[in-house]
Design a protein around this ligand. Structure first.
Ligand code: ADP
Length: 923
């Protein structure tokens, strides 16, 4: 043993050796952090040459970013100051920039009164990597555990969830926390809880280590899920059971798919029973093993059916085809579908339909054939009957003169008879295949479709008029009648229809309509120009001509005849440059009124080429007329008024029917033009007449006025001399009476009477003239009242009269009361005057506006009934009845001023009745 001192002497060498051989890096740095020593391991660790780090600052070795570095270094320093050493993990940087971790221990050491830092570092990179790998693997496991689609759980022996992965709560619809609070039995289908407990306790008891079950869980939302669950028992080192480990796989969709399959299988079985179809199968070679159902029908034995034996039960006529069809299907592996007659036990045959399909496995190898056999006897017979009836229908349809068709419910044509070809030139087949739209006039298509849909909605029939194109490309009118056949459920199964040619009828109808329209114009119009335009338009439209014109003669004021014309379907300029048509061979007959000219193609017409100079045929720029029709318009007197000319661009358009139509127009036009002319003449005559009447009335009025003035003046002027005569006569009598001989007295008396009479006459004359001058004011008049008043006055003139005047109550009229009173006084006074003693005079009304005054007097001879109304006309001498003969003249004047009439009815000796009319009272 060496002494301690000797050992102490050896220490530096030992330490150096230790430092050199150490695997841990050692470095010493001064108080400022500059490195003063590194051992070889330190240099190696950091990738420096030996001694290269000396004098460098320690921060060179740190891998921390600058700001972080400062914090860490400060923390280390402060711990070093207080404790004298620091220990921890350090992140280092090599010379080449790569980094690594070390476990580092730093101690403060004092050498010669200076503090140094001794740092010992062990590379822990490997350990760190291993740790990181372990952590990563743990995380992976965790993630795997969590994210497994299978739920994994550890369940306590009493059934509590102890630990589980993410899949489980997701599967069961709970949150993790919720699931921790329930037992496994809470989420298990009630029917299976007991069985599960039983399984688990047997497992815990060691009967088996694990078990697998399909079981149902109840989700939180109540839905049932199917799961495949594997349970194992976990035990401790002594074999004591600790808990269960469960793996739960959701197999709901699989279970459901299986159930669906089972259902469909069951359905299929049910279906085959329900349809009473027979199901058959063969092996992969197409050979029958047995078909019990077949045997039941045919009475064949199992041996007879075997292989191809079943063919024997098929009707001899169908056997060969059936065999061929079966072989063909079998060899190509395609659907087998054959209909044939099958012999039944009783020997009768029945139509059946056999269908079969080959079944293949996953590899595409043929496994077997399965198929059904169906009784189609009834359907087959029905179809046959239908075919027969359809054939019959077609036969009938072909025989009809109309276009006959049938269509599917959607309007698709299924049949058209041959008539369509005859008419349109398109074959029935082509029309059925879809060309029918081409046949219908563009403008009619929408109305056809509309009629169709409305017909289908509202009932089972429709009718529509449409135009169909013929071979020439022209359209003619047809009436389409369609009828739907409906099934028992009300659905339309088929449409039947006919198209009847109504073009001519339609044309006639149209012509008739036009004629009527034209007739209305004629009836209401007497203007010549409008009439001819209406004539031209209506006739052109009625026969559907492209152009129409009417040339007509008129006679001007100078008595010259000249030609005017009007056009339809072309502007007036179209004719202007040709001057007037001349009486050529074409136009001549029309202008001469020689009947109708009709040409299918005027260009081919011999008359046309002979038109003579200057045009020699169709003038250039003339309207493109091919079909031509012209008719003369002849007046009642036989004079040709003009001609109607029609043209069409196409040849052969005008028919005999059109001739009739235009003839009827021409006849009407002739009448209308005659009337218009007559009207024109009457109108001018009327005007002349009116002028004359005016003139004469004016003359009469002045004459009348003058006469009245004269009468007035005469009467007035006559009074003075009359008064003188009367006065002188009275004076002679008074002054010289006694001296005068008796005879003179008589003369004087007669003179006085005559003068008085004359005075009376003058007064009456004055009354007449006053009456006619007096202004009239009509009002509602109580005629009863007025007549009673008048009667009083009349009776006062005849104070000794015994005549009774009776006035009907409730008489009324519209009249001037003063004038009417005058007339009544006159009539009543006459009635009283000419009545016998004790006679009755009645005033009354015959009707609303005819009034009368009647008496039972002497009557008037029929001869004089009119004349008595003339002024001064009297039937009696004054000796018999006094009067002036003015009374009735006044009455007439009054009544006529009221726009009424007065007359007398009488029979001599039996009384007289005077009637007069007035406007009845209003209101
Ligand atoms: P007169 O003053 O003569 O009555 P009228 O003009 O009143 O004049 O009558 C004309 C004549 O008509 C009378 O003279 C008389 O002959 C005849 N006449 C008028 N009224 C009646 C009557 N009610 N019955 C018979 N004759 C009548």
């Amino acid at each position: 043993m060496r002494p301690a001192a000797e050992l102490a002497g050896m220490m530096p060498a030992i330490q150096a050796e230790i430092l050199a051989s150490m695997t841990e890096g050692v470095s010493v740095s001064d108080g400022q952090g500059f490195i003063v020593y590194t051992n070889p391991a330190e240099d190696r660790l950091f990738g420096y040459e030996p001694g290269e780090l000396i004098g460098k600052h320690v921060s060179l070795q740190n891998a921390y970013p600058p700001d972080e570095n400062e914090l860490i270094v400060n923390a280390v320093f402060s711990e070093l100051k207080t404790k004298g050493h620091w220990e921890g993990e350090w992140h280092n940087k090599r010379k080449d920039g790569s980094t690594f971790f070390t476990d580092s221990r730093i101690s403060v050491i004092e050498i010669d009164g200076h503090s140094y830092f001794l740092c010992v570092q062990r590379d822990v990179t490997e350990r760190k990597t291993a740790e990181a790998a372990a952590a990563a693997s743990e995380a992976y496991n965790q993630a795997l555990f969590e994210n497994l689609a299978i739920g994994i759980a550890i369940v306590s022996l009493d059934g509590r969830w102890l630990h589980f992965n993410g899949a489980l709560p997701k599967m069961l619809g709970y949150t993790r926390e919720e699931l921790l609070k329930v037992k496994f039995s809470d989420v298990t289908h009630p029917d299976e809880v007991e069985r599960d407990w039983n399984d688990m306790s047997r497992c815990a008891a060691g009967e088996f280590d694990s078990f697998v079950r399909e079981k149902r869980y109840i989700r939180k939302d109540g839905a049932i899920i199917w799961a495949n669950r594997t349970v194992s028992i976990l035990r401790d080192a002594d074999g004591k059971p600790l808990s269960f480990l469960g793996a739960i796989e959701d197999i709901t969709s699989r279970v459901e798919a299986e159930r669906a399959l089972r259902d469909s299988e069951r359905r299929y079985r049910a279906l085959s029973t329900a349809t009473a179809s027979l199901v058959w199968a063969t092996d992969r070679d197409g050979l029958v093993e047995d078909i019990p159902g077949w045997r039941e029908i045919t009475g064949q034995t199992p041996e007879e059916v075997k292989g191809y034996g079943w063919l024997e039960a098929i009707h001899p006529d169908d056997q060969e085809t059936t065999r061929k069809m079966w072989r063909a299907a079998y060899e190509s592996g395609s659907l087998y579908d054959a209909t044939y007659r099958l012999r039944q036990k009783d020997g009768s045959y029945c139509w059946v339909n056999a269908r079969g399909v080959p079944l293949f496995n996953d590899k595409g190898e043929l496994l077997e054939w399965v198929g059904v056999l169906e009784d189609v006897h009834e359907a087959r017979l029905q179809a046959q009957a239908l075919r027969e009836s359809e054939a019959q229908y077609r036969q009938v349809a072909e025989g009809l003169p109309e276009i006959v068709w049938s269509a599917a419910p959607d309007g698709r044509l299924t049949f058209v008879n041959q008539r369509i070809f005859g008419y349109s030139g398109i074959s029935s087949d082509a029309v059925v295949r879809g060309s029918w739209l081409r046949v219908i006039h563009r403008d009619d298509r929408s109305s056809v479709m509309r009629a169709w849909t409305e017909g289908a909605e509202s009932g089972s029939r429709f009718e529509v008029e449409l135009r169909l194109r013929n071979q020439k490309g022209d359209y003619c009118w047809f009436l389409t009648r369609a009828m739907a056949i409906r099934s028992e459920s009300g659905e339309i199964t088929q449409w039947f229809g006919t198209c009847t040619y109504i073009h001519d009828h339609k044309a006639t109808q149209r012509a008739l309509q036009m004629t009527n329209q034209f007739a209305t114009t004629l009836a209401t119009d007497l203007d010549l120009e409008r009439i001819v335009q209406a004539l031209c338009d209506a006739s052109t439209s009625a026969i559907e001509a492209d152009f129409g014109s009417f040339f007509y003669n008129v006679i001007n004021e100078g008595g010259e005849s000249f030609l005017l014309y009007t056009l339809s379907g072309a502007p007036k300029e179209a004719f202007e440059k040709f001057g007037m048509p001349r009486a050529t061979q074409v136009f001549g007959p029309t202008f001469r009124g020689e009947g109708i000219v009709r040409s299918d193609d005027i260009r081919q017409d011999p008359r046309y080429g002979n038109m003579g100079p200057p045009h020699h045929g169709m003038p250039e720029g003339h309207l493109p007329v091919v079909s031509y029709l012209a008719v003369a318009v002849v007046s009642r007197s036989g004079e040709v008024i003009g001609g109607l000319f029609f043209g069409h661009k196409k040849p052969g358009v005008f028919t005999a029917e059109h001739e009739q139509v235009v003839s009827s127009f021409a006849a009407q036009a002739a009448v209308a033009i005659d009337n218009a002319r007559l009207y024109e003449r009457v109108r001018s005559m009327n005007q002349e007449l009116e002028r004359k009447v005016h003139e004469r009335t004016a003359n009469l009025l002045t004459a009348n006025e003058r006469l009245q003035a004269f009468t007035y003046h005469v009467s007035h002027d006559l009074r003075a001399p009359l008064r003188a005569i009367i006065g002188t006569s009275r004076m002679i009598q008074e002054d010289y009476g006694p001296q005068l001989p008796e005879a003179v007295h008589g003369f004087l008396k007669r003179q006085a009477e005559a003068a008085a009479k004359m005075g009376q006459l003058v007064d009456d004359l004055l009354k007449i003239s006053r009456l006619s001058r007096q202004e009239m004011v009509t009002e509602h008049v109580d005629l009863t009242h007025l007549a009673k008043d008048a009667a009083e006055e009349a009776l006062s003139i005849h104070p000794y009269s015994t005549v009774d005047v009776q006035v009907e109550e409730g008489l009324a009229a519209e009249a001037d009361p003063r004038l009417l009173r005058l007339a009544l006084v006159n009539l009543i006074e006459n009635a009283v005057k000419y009545s016998p003693r004790g006679g009755v005079v009645r005033v009354g009304a015959r009707d609303q506006n005819t009034f009368f005054v009647s008496d039972q007097g002497i009557g008037i001879d029929e001869t004089y009934l009119e004349r008595i109304f003339e002024p001064f006309y009297r039937l009696h001498r004054d000796e018999e009845f006094t009067g002036t003969g003015i009374g009735l003249a006044n009455v007439r004047q009054v009544v006529e001023r009221h726009a009424g009439k007065v007359w007398a009815e009488s029979e001599a000796g039996h009384g007289t009745t005077f009637y007069f009319t007035l406007r009845p009272a209003t209101g």
